[in-house]
Design a binder for this molecule. Structure first.
Ligand code: SAJ
Length: 407
């Protein structure tokens, strides 16, 4: 069985490294953060995802998964590092590929003839070619010549909250710089992927991944724009969408307080950056979704008197997870605190407030928040809030951004 070196042990790299290890591959997981390496080597995890702890423990206990700060020799290298965007002085969002570049350069001392280098990180079109160029450059600097390196982009599409299931059951795309690279990648992922694996070129694979998330962003923006129109016209957007969705070819998504997470609110910008004149709809969708938290804040401020206590139900970026990063709910709670309101945050999935809210809000149980607040804003459709009724909120002003609370 061939060996692997996985660069980046985050939400994608860690489950991927672990599943390969449990299938009998020797895996070296690399992360630049010493605490992450120590945690994983002790069989524990530093991120939250259902059942990931069990998988990582099994991988480490099998002896097949080891974490380190630096890469070592392997047959295949998988790059799974973050690809955020930067905001340029003129306001444009441009991809930040510095982590990918650092990872590509870091393997130059250890790559060997015939190795396969896979980029899994969500990336702008052309990044796989750049990985090759960065590695070539670093090899030249080291005075090394390594023949027959293969490169492919094999994007990950797993849904936070269901990652382990989707890792195995989602179809995959393997886009090589050469057909041989695509085929070698397919053989590798077939180790654990039970679904179909489609082969293409690297640039198509790169744009396919971005397209999937841009599609979802545009569709959520449609729902969010409808909610703004309905607020203006005094129509219940949830009833409206429910009725329109009775049409056999209409399937509108759900409005909310904005789009969070690390992918959908980022990836469309990579397309806009590459084709700014053409990607007009994608840019507008991003703007619509990014403006939604401000609309919610304006609604709450209009409902709340000066110094009012506001119960913010939910802080996570979506339902039934504890991930608070890039969450519109956290942004809204912060903006309400800035406006001088007393913010009582209810988030049953965490035990401490995120840094952005520390000292500016209180984390309290649901009953406590409902007893003290005069305004309730429901921000996340967690199961924990599903039973709430209008009766329980009598005498309070309610802003339900997810359409959860029933009469
Ligand atoms: N949201 C709405 N209304 C909806 C659906 C979602 O407001 O009807 C919001 C959520 O509350 C959340 C955000 O959108 O704030 C994103 O949530 P999500 O569940 O749609 O997606 P993510 O970010 O958890 O995961 C996405 C997935 N992409 C697609 O569904 C096309 C996942 O498959 C990708 O692997 C992941 O991005 C990624 O890593 O790229």
């Amino acid at each position: 069985m061939s060996s692997l070196c996985v660069l980046g042990l985050g939400y994608i790299g860690l489950p991927t490294a672990s599943i390969f290890a449990t299938k009998g591959r020797r895996v070296l997981g690399v992360d630049v953060t010493p605490a992450v390496v120590e945690t994983i080597n002790s069989g524990r995890i530093h991120i939250q995802e259902p059942d990931l702890d069990v998988l990582v423990r099994a991988a480490v206990q099998s002896g097949n998964l080891k974490a380190a700060l630096k890469p070592g020799p392997a047959d295949t290298f998988i790059i799974a590092v973050p690809t955020p965007f930067q905001v340029r002085a003129d306001g444009a969002r441009v991809p930040d590929l510095s982590f990918v570049e650092a990872a590509a350069r870091s393997i130059a001392p250890v790559v060997a003839a015939g190795n396969l280098i896979i980029l899994e990180s969500t990336s702008p079109v052309g990044t796989t070619e750049k990985v090759k160029a960065w590695l070539d450059d670093e090899l030249t600097k080291l005075g090394r010549t390594v023949d027959g390196l293969l490169y492919a982009h094999c994007p990950e599409r797993i849904l936070p909250g269901q990652m382990l299931k989707e890792l195995v059951s989602n179809d995959r795309i393997c886009g090589g710089l050469t057909p041989e690279a695509s085929a070698r990648s397919r053989d590798l992922y077939a180790t654990f992927c039970t679904a179909q694996i489609f082969l293409t070129d690297a640039r198509t694979a790169e744009l396919a991944k971005l397209t999937e998330n841009a599609f979802r962003d545009v569709n959520i923006a449609f729902a969010n724009e409808l909610s703004l129109i309905c607020d203006k016209l005094g129509i219940n957007v949830w009833e409206l969408i429910g009725l329109a969705n009775r049409h056999p070819r209409v399937k509108i998504l759900q409005p909310g307080p904005g789009v969070g997470g690390h992918c959908i609110a980022v990836d469309p910008w990579f397309i806009v950056d590459a084709a700014p004149a053409e990607a007009r709809l994608l840019r507008t969708a991003r703007e619509v979704n990014d403006s939604k938290p401000h609309h919610v804040v304006a609604q709450v401020r209009a409902a709340a008197g000066k110094d009012a206590a506001v119960a913010c139900l939910g802080l996570a970026f979506k339902a039934n997870i504890d991930d608070l990063r890039e969450s519109p709910a956290v942004e809204i709670a912060g903006l309400l605190a800035d406006a001088g309101l007393k913010v009582l945050a209810v988030e049953p999935h965490v035990t401490a407030l995120p840094k952005a809210l520390q000292g500016r809000a209180e984390l309290v149980p649901l009953a406590d928040a409902l007893a003290r607040a005069s305004v309730v804003v429901l921000l996340v459709d967690h199961r924990a809030f599903a039973g709430l009724t209008l009766e329980q909120l009598k005498g309070k002003k309610l802003i339900d951004t997810r359409g959860v609370i029933r009469g």
